[in-house]
Design a binder for this molecule. Structure first.
Ligand code: UT7
Length: 323
């Protein structure tokens, strides 16, 4: 018998304000055509001035709980993957706990930038496997619009805000790849590449900072590392790319998504793509794509899913799960 972390519910929230590429044409030397062809992005959502990451996260959490048919006090733990928490502390996760009216359990944030949701899933799976928690809310939530340098056309057109959430529950499996739930995880980071994607401020430097990225270099690492980690986690699960029903990738760039699928020899018809509508929402992009994929009728119970992501750190990884 193997204890697995099985998905019981999924949900998401996107702020009301939709910003099409054309809005940037009036502010910067850029074009809808450049943004679409270089990144695949057509529009993104931006949070309102007074809307914080935990506001978005709590809404996604409520949607996931409703989908699971659970109430907040059914949950033992909340993990929020984010690099844009409302405050330096307490964690966004404890803010979500309060917003949901939870009176029990524990909550904490995971900060692995765009790979945050993959790291959070790996943590959730381990907490369930060791018996620390039976039911978890795993949320990816970000307000990257608040980190943008609006004069830097090479970054500010790429990112968006949003949140997605999963409810995971412990369930007995027979230890084979036919089990539902998280089957394998694979995590990496390499701090030697910390200057490729970072925010040039923080508490310890007494500033807030703005996002800086060497896009071309990150692109190069992404194409090389994402297919590799997906392959490793599939191998750990005793599976191959031929078994995959859906790749649900981090949604940073359609060209990276396509190159990764090609390296894995998985056709694009089996990739959930939302980057055109959301832009890059960092740690929120995978749970947003899972929720949208489910709503579109793409992801069905029993489907084998591979998620993969890379971002600042560099930090990257993948998760294989059966829905
Ligand atoms: O989620 C975390 C991980 N992040 C990523 O995965 C992002 C990875 N990188 C990328 O997605 C791509 O590298 C970008 C979309 C950021 C850029 O695409 P690229 O094909 O690598 O373009 P580039 O950076 O080589 O820029 C090509 C040209 C440059 O002009 P020159 O030097 O060739 O004259 C840029 O200055 O495009 C120019 N450019 C723009 N032009 C119009 C850069 N940004 C813009 C813009 N509009 N917004």
């Amino acid at each position: 018998m193997t204890i697995r972390a099985v998905v019981r519910g999924v949900g998401h929230y996107l702020p009301d304000r939709v910003v099409p590429n054309s809005e940037f044409e009036t502010l910067l030397d850029t074009s809808d055509d450049w943004i679409r062809t270089r990144s695949g992005i057509e529009r993104r959502h931006f949070a309102a001035e007074n809307q914080t990451t935990s506001d978005l996260a709590a809404r996604a959490a409520r949607a996931a709980l409703a989908d699971a048919g659970m109430v907040p006090d059914d949950i033992d733990a909340i993990i929020v993957a984010t690099s844009t928490a409302d405050l330096t502390f307490p964690s966004a996760a404890t803010m979500v706990q309060a917003a949901l009216g939870m009176t029990r359990g524990f909550a904490f944030d995971v900060q692995a930038v765009c790979a945050g949701f993959v790291y959070a899933l790996a943590n959730a799976s381990a907490l369930i496997a060791c018996g620390q928690a039976q039911r978890l809310l795993v949320i990816g939530a970000e307000t990257f619009s608040k980190l943008m340098d609006w004069t830097d056309r090479s970054t500010c057109v790429l990112f968006g805000d949003g949140a997605g959430a999963l409810v995971l529950e412990a369930a007995e499996g027979d230890g084979t790849s036919a089990d539902r739930g998280i089957l394998a995880t694979d995590l990496h980071s390499d701090g030697r590449f910390k200057d490729l994607l970072y925010v040039d401020g923080g508490v310890s430097t007494r500033s807030t900072g703005l996002l800086r990225m060497q896009g071309k270099e990150v692109f190069r690492h992404a194409v090389e590392k994402l297919a590799q980690t997906a392959h490793t986690s599939l191998e750990k699960a005793g599976l191959t790319a031929a078994d995959v029903d859906w790749i649900v990738p981090h949604q940073a760039n359609l060209r990276i998504i396509a190159a990764t699928a090609q390296r894995m020899q998985v056709p694009m018809e089996r990739v959930v793509i939302t980057v055109q509508d959301h832009g890059n929402t960092s740690a929120a992009s995978i749970p947003l794509a899972l929720s949208v994929g489910r709503r579109r009728g793409q992801i069905k119970e029993g489907d084998l899913i591979v998620t993969e992501a890379i971002g600042g750190g560099l930090a990257w990884g993948s998760v294989v799960l059966r829905w």
